[in-house]
Write a protein that binds this ligand. Structure first.
Ligand code: MG
Length: 171
């Protein structure tokens, strides 16, 4: 079954959203590179790679559905943050926006009765629950330690232990 043209456009936009998200996380990683927090830098770097991988999943799905892939310009990300907590709060905002985008895609796929696309998007729905939870957990603990350097360095060390999740194997 050919993709509905509106759905095809939205899927192409999602490649861009995921790549933009990857770029935002890379900017966050670079912000941490200038601080003592190498673990948070690593966390954000891993997140950036995962977002690129998400983009590749959409790319592959469009190509496999015999649909035209259209790549769009990626906006320059902001790298202007006040604190560790500020970065993670921005990250939560970022993830909530992506969740809303996936919901829009799912609603449209449902409307045009494209069951394959709905099935494909299920993985992303699960992923967004996980992403939002991870960031919220980190925010909760950052709020708990406040500006205590010992607490911050402990969270930084934990963040360094984050392992990349191999999603599509595209990157
Ligand atoms: Mg993503």
């Amino acid at each position: 079954m050919d993709l509905d043209s509106k759905l095809q456009n939205l899927l192409n936009e999602q490649i861009n959203h995921e790549m933009s998200s990857s770029y935002v996380y890379l900017a966050m990683s670079s912000w941490f590179e200038e601080t003592p927090y190498s673990g948070f830098a690593q966390w954000m770097y891993t997140q950036s790679l995962e977002e690129t991988d998400h983009a590749m999943k959409f790319y592959r799905f469009l190509a496999d559905r015999n649909a035209k892939v259209e790549l769009m310009a990626i906006e320059q990300p902001s790298a202007d943050y006040d604190s560790v907590l500020d970065v993670f709060k921005a990250s939560l905002g970022q993830e909530r926006r992506v969740t809303a985008q996936i919901h829009d895609l799912y609603s449209l796929a449902d409307e045009v009765r494209d069951h394959e696309t709905k099935n494909f998007l299920n993985w992303f729905l699960d992923e967004q629950v996980e992403e939002e939870k991870n960031v919220r957990d980190m925010i909760d603990r950052l709020e708990l330690v406040g500006v205590n350097p010992v607490g911050l360095l402990q969270l930084d060390q934990e963040a360094a232990g984050r392992k990349p999740v191999a999603a599509s194997g595209a990157v």
